[in-house]
Design a binder for this molecule. Structure first.
Ligand code: SF4
Length: 283
């Protein structure tokens, strides 16, 4: 799963539901909403989960009101817990592992997300010392995925997140500054700082937003059609229903498949190498 270049590692972090025991459909606590029509407590299989761990309404999730299921993405954490941590034993056949398996799924999901960000940062043209620190972090995180269940459950992931965030911000600032240098706009980095900004419903159609920092920003239902979003940092931004039709995200940084699945776009949206165009954008 982790072989190849940083780019390969980032691209390889995709869910393979055929190797997972329906963990996202069982482990998580889901409250009824516009995205999921029923309350589903953690540890209880969804009523649509079949005995072979596939979904019986997979082809019509949105029509049936289960939009949230087409948005969720575990970055391959499901198959890692199922096949590596628990060595192919399922919670149905081995009820004794059930509770631990369900507790571990969101932990592995967070580790995979950190691996994804780290590998992505390593795929950029960044200074050697920063690259060395990120490489060390990547190996550390990859090693965590091999731990046994007990050790995984005792991890304090906040510590890992804290140190990683500093490295990711440094990598993003380095790329953004390089791009800013070639822009006709101000070169003052603070003027590109929209971290945690509230852009809910903001109309920004056609704007040149290159090199902006949208870390943790609220972009819910923002109109970002035909915008230029190259070298933008989107880490942790809320992109639900933001419209990226015709936008250029080709070199946007630290997006996740789940963020993009929750947004809108079309066949002309330019995507980063590590994101697949959501099926519902074109169907
Ligand atoms: S509707 Fe299907 S994909 Fe969604 S939680 Fe239930 S079984 Fe899983």
């Amino acid at each position: 799963m982790y072989s190849g270049t940083a780019k390969d590692i980032r691209k390889g972090l995709t869910a393979d539901c055929s190797k997972c025991f329906g963990l996202c459909c069982t482990a998580l606590n889901i409250l009824a909403s516009n995205d999921f029509p029923i309350n589903k407590p953690a540890g209880t299989p969804c009523m649509n989960l079949q005995s072979n761990y596939s979904c019986q309404i997979h082809s019509k999730l949105r029509e049936e009101g289960f939009k949230g299921c087409t948005v969720f993405d575990c970055l391959g954490a499901g198959q890692m817990v199922s096949q590596v941590t628990f060595k192919g034993q399922s919670w149905r056949e081995h009820p004794e592992i059930r509770e631990k398996m369900f507790q571990l799924f969101p932990i592995m999901e967070q580790i995979h997300e950190m691996i994804a960000y780290t590998a992505e940062a390593l795929s950029y043209d960044i200074p050697a010392d920063l690259s060395a620190e990120l490489q060390e972090k990547l190996e550390e995180l990859q090693n965590l995925t091999e731990l046994d269940a007990e050790d995984l459950l005792s991890l304090d992931l906040v510590v890992y997140r804290f140190t990683l965030n500093e490295l990711l911000t440094a990598a993003s600032d380095c790329i953004r500054k390089k791009v800013m240098g070639g822009l006709p706009r101000s070169k003052n980095i603070t003027e590109y700082d929209y971290a945690r900004a509230d852009w809910m419903g903001r109309k920004a159609t056609g704007k040149d937003l290159r090199a902006v920092d949208f870390r943790g920003a609220l972009l819910i239902a923002a109109d970002l059609r035909n915008t230029d979003l190259r070298a933008v940092n989107f880490i942790g931004a809320d992109l639900r229903d933001a419209d990226f039709s015709g936008a250029d995200l080709s070199t946007s940084m630290f997006l996740t498949q789940m963020q993009m699945n929750s947004a809108k776009g079309d066949s002309t949206t330019k995507m980063p190498y590590y994101i697949q165009r959501p099926r519902h954008w074109i169907n």
